[in-house]
Design a protein around this ligand. Sequence first.
Ligand code: OSB
Ligand code: MG
Length: 385
Amino acid sequence: MSPLPTNSRPVRIDAVELRRVCLPLVTPFRTSFGTDDVRDALLVHVLLDDGGEGWGECVADLEPLYSSEHVDGAAETLRRFLIPRLLAWQREHEGTQPEHVASALDRVQGHPMAKGALEMAVLDASLRSAGRSFGERLGAVRARVDCGVSVGIQPSVVDLLDTVAGYLDDGYRRVKLKIEPEHDVEPVRAVRARFPDVMLQVDANAAYSLRDDHVAALRALDDFDLALVEQPLAPDDLLGHATLAGRVRTPICLDESITSARVAELAITIGACSIVNIKAGRVGGYLEAVRVHDACATLDTPAWCGGMLETGLGRAANIALAALPNFTLPGDTSASARYFAEDLTEPFVLDDGRLAVPTGPGLGVAPRPEALRAFTTAVELIRDH
Ligand code: OSB
Ligand code: MG
């Protein structure tokens, strides 16, 4: 499997900047747990002794609905617990290697998105100073990745068909529809009828249970040749997903449930899922995401790269991750224009339904100074002293 070299260049962190940015979304994004009009994100910017730098993006949302993390909580966890621990760890060692960040933080329970953002910033700083790319470090084997698009719940079926038609015109290679009870069979039937050949899948964001009417709706989706149904049941209900897998033909994919490589192995082994959505923030960072990828590969289980409406920074890292060999299905790695009129970085532009894996040092992209100024809503600096 993808070797994880442990010889990454150590860096010496002088300070960590926490920066809140707020980017308007081009279209509101509605899921079974709410509607987002903006991406209000937390960036972690590490500043090195030697003048180097690195960027991380925390994928926590404003409200703790997808998971228990939220962006103000992530900022508090970083400033009070994670950054001080990493700086203390650094004082006792010859600098900080990205491979050591997770263990420096592992006595703090939970908060994978906050931890993952800090590790991402250290990875970027270390790789930039070594002149190596994220893709190279993570084990990318492709120069371009196939892209899908995640379509929020729409006000009407007519709106949904127009939206999907627009994305297919853009070239997306797979369409994912958000569903919830009462907004499932009818919209899926309509999209399948209009686009008989499109690779189609659905994401329930844990909105269903094993109640008879819920199972009946999920079984009805068997008629539409879906590639998968993502996270129908509660995040901690692995056994429920295994039961459901015996009652529906559509393959079950887990998102929220998969919090580590160990949980991925458990879920696959007990038959709770046959496909895995991998998101670095949900599992505590890109290095654990590679381990989830490797576990899936070992268990012959296809994986794909999820998304959390990232800015160009998180997008760059996701595309590098999606270039690993066992990411065999198109990811939620859409172009910048799917989310933002203006991205923080140079925009990621779709070419024949694919995005190119950045090849420059580190993430291969950086915030454009004027965009960073325009979108920043708060900044604080945490120093090592
Ligand atoms: O469940 O995959 C999800 C966005 C935010 C939170 C959870 C999810 C999503 C998406 C969008 O589906 C994926 C993307 O385009 O970034
Ligand atoms: Mg999902």
